[in-house]
Design a protein around this ligand. Structure first.
Ligand code: SAH
Length: 460
């Protein structure tokens, strides 16, 4: 075992521009949600993200683990810090919003979720309006996205007539599942005594739809499903690798020999299972991050979409196989050293969409990534804004609407940082041929996401 080289160390200490948004960036105080028009932020439960004992207990847990078995992979470090069932960051905290560590698009404006709701309905219609319609969200945070989507579903009741809609939430955090339950179902949920079916909570939404919670994607029942993942894949554990003279080597987390209460990165001297299996032979970069968990999940979604029908929409910050060192921490809306006080800050890494495309394989058609700005513009955000402005009576809500719109689509804010990527079934892409010729497949390759704008469904 030897320490990470100085040059390599620099690559860790260099922290790229933040993608998660700080409150300063967001002017949240002026956001439409904060105005309380829909669900005011003040009425939401905001828990402190630093809960007394978290720091020492998580650090102690990690150092004993390292003392017992040697340095751990960055993936293991991230998994422990974020989702350890006792003291993981996501398991214990509600980290979203003004008093949390970061803010996300669904929390900024109702328009975001509404437009995604339209996307869901249009994909369901394009699939021939199957009777069963599962809306599945991975990592639903406070439940705001699903809540805004369900409001659209209620408004489009006539279009959805005959569909048996059900809601399925994949959430690792008991704390957040409770926040989601309050947001979507009020008091109408029950924690399951046994989770043998993989379901740990069930309930009925305010509009009367069945809603269930699962720890893992594979526990969600099969059937036609629209999957949504907003800022979910960036929270999954990554492995980090450095190219050396001897070949690819994995970066590990170790105890600093000069300060036993501190952690540091080291380069593992020999190949590891991950370094020999996860890096493509033609990789050109000197440093790469790979998230095998995201590959496994995308393969599951692709298979389910291919067999049962449906679609997946993945929205996150990311790149198309070009970036190198993107691992970073966020605490109180500021960048935070990823190895400092583990368990008190969010850890995140950019999503590699080229990897997701590779893992999805040929079972589905992958589209995008396209920018959030383009996606929302194509979906009709300008029309929706005009309608909301027209119906708004006071000047401050008017200004807030415009500010939250700007936050979502301005290229300098969230407009270009966030990318939309989708998985669609091949049948969705088929075009009718001349009469009697059946269906033909569209040409392969990078194609833009198909969208049905707000106006198409008459939702004004
Ligand atoms: N989608 C929400 C929240 C993003 S934060 C929004 O955009 O506002 C990440 C979410 O994913 C949280 O709900 C977190 O608890 C959940 N999460 C993180 N890792 C997970 C895992 N391995 N399995 C299931 N849920 C996870």
């Amino acid at each position: 075992m030897f320490s990470i080289s100085r040059t390599c160390m620099r690559s860790f200490t260099h922290i790229p521009a933040p993608n998660r948004l700080s409150l300063l960036d967001c002017y949240l105080g002026c956001s439409q949600r904060a105005a309380g028009r829909w669900t005011g932020i003040s009425s939401r439960r905001c828990l402190s993200s630093v809960e007394g004992q978290t720091v020492p207990s998580m650090l102690r847990h990690l150092t004993s683990k390292i003392k017992a078995t040697g340095p751990i992979t960055v993936a293991e470090y991230m998994r422990e810090v974020l989702t350890n069932p006792v003291s993981g960051y996501y398991v214990k905290n509600d980290m979203l919003g003004a008093e949390g560590d970061f803010i996300t698009s669904p929390e900024i404006s109702q328009m975001f979720g509404e437009l995604i709701g339209i996307w869901c309905v249009s994909e369901w219609m394009a699939a021939g309006k199957p009777k069963a319609f599962q809306l599945v969200e991975l990592g639903p945070g406070r439940g705001s996205l699903t809540s805004d989507i369900l409001r659209v579903f209620s408004q489009l009741q006539s279009a959805l007539k005959g569909a048996a809609v059900s809601v399925h939430l994949v959430e690792v955090s008991p704390k957040l599942s409770q926040v989601q339950a309050e947001c979507l179902a009020g008091d109408h949920t029950q924690v399951c005594v046994s989770d043998e079916e993989g379901v740990y909570r069930t309930g009925t939404t305010q509009s009367g739809l069945p809603v269930s919670w699962y720890h893992r994607v594979e526990d969600v029942p099969r059937g036609f499903s629209i999957f949504l993942a907003h800022e979910f894949f960036d929270a999954l554990p990554i492995h980090k690798f450095q190219k050396t003279e001897k070949g690819w080597r994995e970066i590990m987390v170790d105890i600093d020999p000069e300060a036993p209460e501190k952690l540091r990165f080291v380069v593992f001297p020999a190949p590891t299972l991950a370094s020999t299996t996860l890096i493509p032979a033609d990789e050109k970069r000197e440093h790469v991050e790979v998230c095998p968990d995201s590959g496994v999940i995308v393969q599951k979604l692709a298979n389910q979409i291919a067999v049962e029908g449906g679609a997946a929409l993945i929205a996150d910050y990311g790149h198309d196989g070009t970036k190198t060192d993107t691992f970073r921490g966020f605490r109180g809306h500021k960048l935070h050293d990823v190895l400092l006080a583990p368990g008190t800050a969010d850890l995140t890494a950019d999503v590699d969409f080229s990897y997701l495309r590779r893992m999805a394989g040929d079972e589905v058609v992958c589209m995008g990534p396209i920018t959030q700005r383009l996606f929302l513009k194509n979906m009709g955000i300008d029309t929706r804004l005009q309608v909301l402005l027209r119906n708004c009576r006071d000047a401050s809500t008017h200004a807030q609407l415009i500010q939250s719109y700007n936050m979502l689509i301005n290229p300098e804010k969230m407009g270009h940082r966030f990318q939309f990527f989708s998985l669609l079934s091949h049948s969705r892409m088929a075009e009718p041929r001349e009469e009697g010729e059946g269906l033909k497949r569209r040409k392969k390759g990078r194609v833009p996401l198909p969208v049905a704008g707000f106006t198409h469904l008459g939702l004004q």
